[in-house]
Design a protein around this ligand. Structure first.
Ligand code: PLP
Length: 282
């Protein structure tokens, strides 16, 4: 397997992380996960646009353009013969003796990336998953795709221990997002999701869904809703790059609707499927 290491390509065995990497010390960096379908990158431009934006928000200057990042990701996917999988890429502020403030001008960002096979989650897409709600204890810049994922890790573990596939964050009674996904509800044929503020990551899959709704004339309200309102939705689903559009069939042990993937959810899944098929034809 070939990995990307600040401009060079190395075997995994030859990759190493410095003890002084600020990602290792502080989680001082940002990342992206891009899906590969049939050997092609899905919504790569959107992902790398967000990557540059995340880096900028934490004052890391990236040495590559969006197009150059796409080329790196494509090379990783093709050289490693990935048909269905993910490209993972991260940047840290770089390597320097430990101090909280930025070490100075001379520090160079550390960019690493790789491509890995990962089959689509067909069973979950078809059957749906159970989720557990947890208190959203994260910081107030959830719009940044930060390497700091401690609250997300703890939330997902809590969900896993309750045999749930995802943890759904609730802040002051308001449903924000999942620990690694965005959350949507359907009530009386209208789709609801948290607005793209500093309290959520504006998911690329979320944007694909909103675009599909516009094309299909499905009503969308990007406004906050409470946990109580979530429990009463007719349908609920989550979205992410790797989970696509996954139906949620139970929340905190309570059935959503009749406990099966909802009709609008299934319809949006099929629209999503078309966008993957289009990619194959490009
Ligand atoms: N929200 C959080 C906190 C995430 O970590 C992720 C993705 O991992 C998402 C939402 C979904 O974003 P995307 O659809 O771009 O994968």
């Amino acid at each position: 397997t070939t990995y990307f290491n600040n401009g060079t390509y190395l075997e995994k065995e030859n990759m190493n992380v410095s003890i002084d990497d600020r990602g290792y010390y502080f989680g001082d960096g940002v990342y992206e996960v891009i899906r590969v379908y049939g050997g092609k990158l899905y919504t790569a431009e959107e992902h790398f646009t967000r990557f540059l934006q995340s880096a900028k928000k934490i004052r890391i200057d990236l040495p590559y353009s969006i197009q150059e990042f796409i080329q790196i990701a494509e090379k990783l996917a093709s050289e490693n013969e990935i048909q269905d999988g993910n490209v993972y890429i991260q940047v840290t502020r770089g390597v320097a003796p430990r101090m909280h403030n930025f070490p100075g001008e001379q520090i160079e960002p550390m960019i690493t990336a790789y491509a890995i096979e990962n089959l689509r989650p067909f069973t979950k897409l078809e059957s749906g998953v159970a989720v557990k709600t947890v208190e959203d204890i994260r910081w107030l810049r959830c719009d940044i795709k930060s390497l700091n994922l401690l609250a997300n890790v703890l939330a997902k573990q809590e969900a896993a221990e309750a045999s749930c596939a995802e943890a759904v964050f609730v802040r002051d009674g308001i449903v924000t997002e999942g620990s690694s996904s965005n959350i949507f509800g359907v009530k009386d044929g209208i789709l609801y999701t948290h607005p793209a503020t500093n309290l959520i990551l504006n998911g690329i899959t979320r944007r694909v869904v909103l675009k599909s709704c516009a094309l299909e004339s499905i009503g969308v309200i990007e406004e906050t809703f409470t946990l109580d309102e979530l429990y009463k939705m007719d349908e609920v689903f989550l979205t992410s790059t790797t989970s696509e559009i996954t139906p949620i069939i139970s929340i905190d042990g309570r059935e959503v609707g009749n406990g099966e993937p909802g009709r609008l959810t299934v319809r949006l899944q099929s629209v999503f499927e078309q966008t993957i098929k289009q990619l194959e034809q490009e």
